[in-house]
Design a protein around this ligand. Sequence first.
Ligand code: HEC
Ligand code: HEC
Length: 217
Amino acid sequence: MKMIKHMVMLAALAMAAPLAAEETAADSSAAPAAPASVQEIASGVCAGCHNADGNSVIPMNPILAGQQAEYITKQLMDFKASETEPAKRNSPVMSSMVAALSQEDMKKLGEYYAQQKTVPSQIAADEKLLDTGKILYHGGNIENGIPACASCHGPSGAGIVPRYPGVAGQHAEYTLTQLNQFNTGDRGNDNKVMQKVVHRMSATEKRAVSAYISTMR
Ligand code: HEC
Ligand code: HEC
């Protein structure tokens, strides 16, 4: 009896050992634990453009680390939906990336990126534009009816859960692309909120606010 108990314990130990080794491996990587498959996707195909932890250093690819989970999941679903509804969020690059993702993958990817620590854009902003951008972000432009960005994206740019995404520290080039896409309608997944805002903005205002946002911490 004693012998059998001993053997069972040994077997249990043998089984536990590889599990423990896996856990240690996951713990020692830079990113906090996430369901294995999602971590594989993020550090596989997505990493080429967004980095494994979502901190893209390429100015046209958005930083995803620290973004709201629900917002990220919505964007992935909108890229996917654009196959049949092009006006949702039209991106030839991203629509091929999401084609193979399930609803569950998109949900978990949102949670994964939301857990990562943001490394804000390190790309030098155009200093001349920062004052104009700052005024517009926090106060809007009353003459042209542009609301303060801060009213929906927060005074610190962290966003307001769950509908208004964080923008602080995002690459200026990416932000400017989005403002232009809202303007042309290539991105129409915003309930016309952002479309109305950008229609009233001048080209300089768009560049200025994008530059300022990239410096927000
Ligand atoms: C070849 C480069 C590339 C790869 C690989 C890639 N992306 Fe992207 N991603 C982009 C670009 C470029 C954009 C901006 C598209 C646009 O202008 O609307 C983007 C946008 C996004 C956005 C929207 C972010 C926001 O702030 O609205 C999310 C979320 C995203 N990608 C997630 C992913 C995930 C998840 C993967 C892997 C399955 C992935 N990407 C793979 C280039 C890439
Ligand atoms: C009335 C609320 C509101 C105001 C005011 C507003 N936004 Fe937005 N913004 C939104 C919402 C909602 C979305 C997300 C749309 C979606 O779900 O895709 C968004 C998305 C964005 C995005 C895309 C973020 C990304 O990661 O792709 C940018 C950039 C942005 N807004 C910039 C601005 C700027 C700059 C201003 C001020 C000039 C501004 N917004 C004012 C509500 C607002």
